[in-house]
Write a protein that binds this ligand. Structure first.
Ligand code: TYD
Length: 223
């Protein structure tokens, strides 16, 4: 089976815990790349297609929690399968840059690091959902948990209830931070740990320092 490395496009995923600034950084990178003439698709998980957004609603409302962590992981994978097939793979085949807010590392961390779902099970789901589509680069925004929670709380307006995952305690967030750092350590070719401390501008510069050499290597055409 060929992999996404042989597709002409470029697939970059963003990962990190609550309040790490993924959403603003991914938007910054999107705007910068578009200004340079690249065709860029900005998307997110769970979601990105009508089918996957419907599954997102079921998961984040907490309605799937009662079915247990394995079914929940399966639902994330089902959303991902639709997203990959309908949106991500076609964009990569067309030679576009795809920026995705969360991807399979979030399942490894949020569902896997809980210890309730085995990594073997999760890897099987990855193979089914993604087939030949794997990120060329994953940027993991890393921030102390207390700082991330502070940012997440100040961002959320008072009328918005926290989602199912935001409700969990500091200890769970700490476990996730460590799990993300472990992924970065074990796959240094693909994963780059980005220090998310400091101003948005500073962090954007760190992101760009990782992405620029990749663009050169891939020799994507722009303009
Ligand atoms: P979202 O509102 O998109 O949060 P964030 O800004 O943190 O990305 O909600 C997505 C939530 O779903 C988030 O808490 C992480 C969780 N999640 C998983 O548990 N597993 C997954 O595979 C994915 C993609 C997300």
């Amino acid at each position: 089976m060929s992999d996404s490395k042989s597709m002409p496009g470029l697939f970059i995923t963003f990962e990190g815990g609550e309040g790490a600034g993924k959403t603003s950084q991914i938007k910054n990178l999107h705007d910068k790349l578009e200004k340079q003439g690249y065709t860029v698709l900005l998307t997110r998980e769970p979601g990105g297609t009508a089918g996957a957004e419907a599954i997102r609603h079921v998961i984040l409302s907490g309605n799937a929690e009662k079915f247990g962590p394995e079914v929940e992981a399966m639902l994330f994978a089902a959303a991902r399968a639709d997203h990959v097939a309908q949106l991500i793979r076609p964009a990569l085949i067309a030679g576009n840059i795809v920026l995705c807010d969360r991807f399979y590392d979030s399942t490894r961390v949020y569902q896997g690091a809980s210890g309730k779902v085995s990594m073997e099970y999760l890897h099987s789901l990855e193979r089914i959902a993604c087939e030949d589509v794997m990120p060329d680069m994953t940027l993991i925004l890393d921030l102390p948990v207390e700082e991330g929670m502070k940012r997440a709380h100040s961002r959320r307006d008072e009328n918005t209830a926290p989602d199912r995952f935001e409700k969990e305690a500091l200890a769970a967030q700490q476990t996730r931070r460590e799990a993300f750092r472990k992924i970065a350590e074990s796959e240094p070719e693909r994963c780059k740990l980005i220090d998310a401390n400091g101003s948005e501008k500073k962090v954007a510069k760190r992101v760009w320092n990782e992405v620029a050499p990749l663009l050169k290597r891939k020799q994507l055409t722009n303009g």
